[in-house]
Design a protein around this ligand. Structure first.
Ligand code: NAP
Length: 239
């Protein structure tokens, strides 16, 4: 049984990850802003015999993320796995100058990840180990029109997570999982009509979010000393 913290657990990949890992016997600690969604999910997990608790948090708030990690350690004595999953994707062309949306992606997808690293590293060091999992994207490996800023944040997420691995001693396992198109609420934040329209065809072959939950389960299920560093998981139909 591992104590697994998951940011962005109120929908999509984070939600599916909570359900799968709880069913596998792990104690999941769920964070996001929509606490009503988290409460309903925790109730569902407990009704199925699993263990879950919830914390409202905004990953752009450094103190919120630190409190999330500290509370888990206070309640359980340790953090075995931190899944930095929270993310937003309001796509648009650069000439649309949706600067506030660019800032939002940088704040959530990059600063939010850094807040997770800052919050967990002291605990991992004190415990003598742990596992940090970042949910990046195939956008960490490519750039597509309307997604310059989103892809930049995911390139950054992958780079930061690789830096964490290189700087850490072998007691810390570090994994970047990069999904292709997954069914979720992620495209709901797109406001630019052209980008919204393009997403309809792009997302036609989406995978269920449990495909990514299964990848996380695989990575954290490896024996001590085996570190799955990067996984790219796409729908077979995605090119
Ligand atoms: N779906 C895909 O096709 C796809 C592909 C590649 C990568 N990804 C990545 O997968 C991750 C999960 O996305 P998803 O597809 O599952 O989308 P989703 O259904 O929209 O889930 C995003 C989650 O992030 C949370 N979140 C957003 N802003 C937050 C904030 N400031 N503080 C705390 N939580 C915040 C949301 O919760 P609240 O709104 O309740 O805070 C929600 O739980 C993201 O990093 C995304 O970039 C998704």
């Amino acid at each position: 049984m591992k104590v697994v913290l998951i940011t962005g657990a109120s929908s999509g990949i984070g939600h599916a990850t909570a359900v799968r890992l709880a069913a596998e016997g792990h104690h999941v600690v769920l964070g996001a802003r929509r606490k009503d969604r988290l409460d309903a999910l925790a109730e569902q997990i407990r009704a199925a015999g699993g263990r879950a608790e919830v914390h409202a948090l905004d990953v752009t708030d450094r103190d919120d993320v630190a409190a999330f990690a500290d509370a888990a350690v206070r309640d359980h004595g340790r953090i075995d796995v931190f899944v930095a999953n929270a993310g937003v994707m309001p796509l648009s062309r650069l000439d649309s100058r949706h600067v506030d949306e660019w800032d939002r992606m940088l704040d959530v997808n990059v600063r939010g990840l850094l807040h997770g690293i800052a919050a967990t590293l002291p605990h991992f060091e004190r415990q003598g180990g742990g596992h940090f999992v970042t949910i990046a994207s195939t956008g960490a490996y490519e750039v597509v029109p309307t997604a310059a800023v989103y892809c930049a944040t995911k390139h950054a997420a992958r780079a930061i997570t690789e830096g964490l691995r290189l700087e850490s001693d072998p007691s810390l396992r570090v994994t970047t999982i990069s999904p292709g198109v997954v069914e979720s609420e992620l495209a709901d934040t797109i406001t630019e009509p052209g980008a919204k329209e393009a997403m309809v065809a792009y997302r036609a072959h989406a995978m269920p979010p449990d495909a990514i939950a299964a990848a996380i389960s695989y990575a954290i299920g490896q024996p001590d000393g085996v570190d799955v560093n990067e996984l790219v998981v796409r729908p077979a139909a995605q090119r």
